[in-house]
Ligand binder design. Structure first.
Ligand code: ATP
Ligand code: MG
Ligand code: MG
Ligand code: MG
Length: 467
């Protein structure tokens, strides 16, 4: 029997605990005290101040399975969902961390031992990258681990050099890839075909080695540190003998649940993958206190919900359906994240209300778009149509883009931007309260979320949504 995703998560935590790492719970998707970050997007986020030396802990080794969302900001995988085998908006990042304790050799040795001994992956399926100047990492892989030279690829791009920001800790990375086999399109890292899904990146080992100052000079850190991140869904796919993350246990259950509620039987439809992905990000975001709104984080959440709803509509859903998937999700992930089960009624209610509010807009927008597509010559949807859909009918431009891509159209982005600019000028003339939706994605402030107080009270949920 293949290992379950839950079992792999536990095996990771156990392995590093056995190697003197403190097990630390996942932090919220809403980063604490970091207004520069839209959502938690890596395991190291909650340890940022420990790496910077401004926060001290009672341990100098940690391990975690961190919930992450990459749907906005610097890392945005929203448009990859449904198109690649390996990207989600929500995923779990397994990570081990050394705060000035062990460094390169131990990090590489433990990663290799975990993969090839604990999980039993065949070494010949693995290959690694190192930063082109990092001879030290190259030598460890070659001499201590025994990898052949042609399995160690030197990469000169920023993919293999990590920095926390323009200044501060930074250093080279070494990434571990798994070869899913010749039958899948894609080339080795560092080749033009590397974006294919044959060689899938599973684990990134970051060697925090330097401190970069404002003038660009890099001084060695007195106590170098380690930050690693491995996608749980990607390692699960390998151990469950499937190629795509969407074929692992958790996703198969969600895809089946989604097919049931929208009333389709073709389990391979891309829209089911999108819905299965989006129910995870939307549920966990709401669980962590984000509410659909027209600003900041809430606006990103709203757009993800609307995308999911649009994909359900595409599959023929004839009733509100998205909220019905929360219970399936909680059956899959509630053991690892009990807060999900605790917040289930709130999550369902928020999703239901949001979908109800949006369904009329969606119906009308889709009708207009489909009718207009019949009259369009060529493959470009004019900017003023995208704008009209958005401005007059409340149909978000990124939804139009999503539909367009599916049907091999592109949208005239310049024309759309020009129509937006014109409208902005008009609005500014008319009042001082013009809203620029392109500027809504900045995060202005942080609110600490301390939990819902009235879980069963519909009125309070509605209030949260309206406010
Ligand atoms: P990719 O090149 O495949 O987009 P990445 O280089 O952006 O991945 P990192 O920032 O290095 O990813 O994150 C560490 C690990 O987290 C990756 O090696 C991968 O296993 C996992 N990961 C990253 N992004 C995603 C995602 N959108 N969905 C699922 N897993 C992800
Ligand atoms: Mg990426
Ligand atoms: Mg990468
Ligand atoms: Mg990477």
């Amino acid at each position: 029997m293949a290992r379950s995703t839950a079992d792999i998560r536990q095996a990771f935590l156990d392995y590093f605990q056995k190697n003197q790492h403190q097990v630390v719970s996942s932090s919220s998707l809403v980063p604490a005290d970091d207004p520069t970050l839209l959502f938690t997007n890596a395991g190291m986020n909650q340890f940022k101040d420990v790496f910077l030396g401004t926060d001290k802990r009672s341990y100098n080794r940690a391990v975690s399975s961190q919930r992450c969302v990459r749907a906005g900001g610097k890392h945005n995988d929203l448009d990859n969902v449904g198109y690649t085998a390996r990207h989600h908006t929500f995923f779990e990042m397994l990570g081990n961390f050394s705060f000035g304790d062990y460094f390169k050799e131990d990090a590489i040795r433990m990663a290799w031992e975990f993969l090839t001994v604990t999980l039993g992956l065949p070494a010949e399926k693995l290959l690694v990258t190192v930063y082109h100047e990092d001879d030290e990492a190259f030598a460890i892989w070659q001499q201590k681990i025994g990898l052949a030279e042609d399995k160690i690829i030197r990469i000169s791009t920023s993919d293999n050099f990590w920095s926390m920001g323009d200044t501060g800790p930074c250093g080279p990375c070494s990434e571990i890839f798994y070869d899913h086999g010749e039958h899948i399109w894609g080339g080795k890292p560092g080749t033009p075909e590397e974006d294919g899904d044959r060689f899938i990146e599973i684990w990134n080992l970051v060697f925090m080695q330097y401190n970069r100052s404002a003038d660009g000079t890099m001084e060695p850190l007195p106590k170098p540190s380690i930050d690693t991140g491995m996608g749980l869904e990607r390692i699960s796919a390998i151990l469950q003998n499937v190629h795509s993350n969407y074929e692992i246990d958790i996703f198969q259950a969600l895809i089946k649940a989604a097919a049931d509620v929208v009333g389709t039987t073709d389990l391979s439809d891309k829209s089911l993958r999108v819905i299965a992905d989006h129910i995870r990000s939307c549920s966990f975001l709401i669980c962590d206190g984000v509410m659909p709104s027209n600003e900041g984080r809430g606006y990103v959440l709203r757009r993800i919900i609307r995308r999911a709803v649009r994909h359900g509509y595409r599959l023929g859903a004839d009733d509100i359906f998205f909220y019905k998937l929360v219970s399936a999700l909680s059956s899959q992930m509630g053991d690892a994240y009990p807060e999900l089960t605790e917040q289930l009624p709130v999550i369902e209610k928020v999703l239901r209300v949001e979908e109800e509010q949006f369904s009329k807009t969606l119906d009308r927008g889709m009708n207009i778009l489909n009718e207009s597509l019949k009259d369009i010559e060529g493959s470009v949807i004019p900017g003023d149509l995208v704008f009209k859909l958005y401005d007059t009918y409340g149909f978000p431009a990124d939804l139009t883009a999503d539909v367009a891509r599916e049907q091999n159209y592109t949208i005239d982005e310049d024309g759309f931007a020009a129509a937006m600019a014109e409208q902005k000028a008009r609005a500014q003339k008319a009042s001082n309260f013009g809203t620029d939706y392109n500027e809504l994605l900045t995060v202005e402030h942080n609110t600490e979320f301390t939990g819902y107080t009235c879980v069963s009270d519909t009125a309070s949920v509605l209030e949260i949504i309206v406010n």
